[in-house]
Design a protein around this ligand. Structure first.
Ligand SMILES: C[S@@+](CC[C@H](N)C(=O)[O-])C[C@H]1O[C@@H](n2cnc3c(N)ncnc32)[C@H](O)[C@@H]1O
Length: 191
């Protein structure tokens, strides 16, 4: 599941995860944020509807990080006024920087299970003191040996609690219809 694997998904049009608009839980979360100057990262952003939405609200410090070149090109075409220097083609695991908020939307489920702890450590390292990681995680298993990889609240708590204070991790009350009851909304604060 390297760069090539993901790029082929875009080239072959196998982007079944793509909602086509900002997910309702992340839209409402974005609407609740008061400080529009915070530095936000969206890793594994795909078509990056969340970044587009934050941009439309006037957030001017939002970064898109994505390993797949076709996804980056799609985003640049769709949102031409998004600052080019905030669109990063690269690997999350080698990315460096410091952010106030990182948004998770079907990126964790795309990562191999054996890298979950590495994901948590990397997220912690990419956040400023008191920074937040927030978003959605699938709350069930898919039973497949390719993405999406699911999990349980207990498993996620055990992965993240060493590095984050878990402010919230509950079944989302505002999911899009096909994901209703199947995803957890979470907000974590960097320890
Ligand atoms: C399941 S898709 C989700 C895309 C988007 N977040 C969405 O919800 O539509 C996972 C995305 O993560 C990207 N990706 C996978 N591994 C990555 C990595 N190591 N660094 C950055 N992006 C990665 C893939 O190219 C793909 O666009």
């Amino acid at each position: 599941m390297d760069k090539k694997y993901w790029e082929n998904k875009y080239k072959d049009g196998e982007t079944h995860w793509n909602i086509g608009y900002v997910s309702t839980p992340l839209k409402e979360y974005a609407d609740s944020l008061e400080d529009k100057t915070i530095k936000v990262l969206i890793p594994g952003a795909g078509n990056a509807y969340e970044a587009e939405y934050l941009h439309s609200l006037g957030f001017n410090n939002v970064y898109v990080l994505e390993i797949s070149s076709p996804a980056i090109e799609n985003f640049k075409k769709r949102v031409p006024d998004f600052p080019a220097e905030h669109i990063i083609e690269g690997d999350f695991f080698t990315h460096t920087g410091k952010y106030d908020l990182i948004l998770e939307q079907t990126f964790f489920c795309a990562i191999e299970r054996k890298r979950r702890k590495e994901y948590a450590v990397k997220m912690r390292d990419l956040l400023n003191e008191g920074g937040k990681l927030a978003g959605l995680l699938f709350g069930h298993e898919f039973g497949k040996d390719e993405p999406p990889f699911g999990g349980t609240k207990e498993e996620y708590e055990s992965i993240f609690s060493e590095y984050f204070i878990i402010d919230e991790m509950e079944v989302a009350r505002n999911s899009i219809k096909p994901r209703e009851g199947r995803e957890l909304f979470f907000e974590l604060t960097r320890r």
